[in-house]
Design a protein. Sequence first.
Length: 164
Amino acid sequence: MKTTSFLTAIFVVLSLLASNTCFAAKEGEANDQNYAYDTQMVDGRISTHTIFKVTNQNTLTPYLKHEFSYLADGKVSCKKTLYWIADAQEWKEVAIYNYTYFDNTCNIELSVWNARKNTMVKNRRYIYSTDSDNNLTMSINFDWNAKDDNWVVDGEILEATPIA
């Protein structure tokens, strides 16, 4: 249960960071608007989370949507982020987070939409490990190097040491 709680916390933090990163420019033009949220649950888990802009006329305009998939043990396996394209009146997939787990390690790979290539491309990778008490023991962030076709460590590898 501790591992699930910890990994859920990591998932929430990364989701918020990624949403802010992917859409900072769009949100910057609408800082004074209110938002409304619709969360759909299936079997006690979030299946979709939709964010709407609330206009001055109190109408809801679709903005962002997150779709979730889960493993049999209840851990998140995939999160897709979609952006509403008003002109086309459709959702456009802009980011995909794929989660894999091994023992106390969570690996998250982010792919983002590349309009020039007209496809999703690898972007970021996050690896987190915990000890048996569910304390964070390691955090590594990577950037995708398309030229060399490999992951490159972004910054330093953080290894947590217990406080005695």
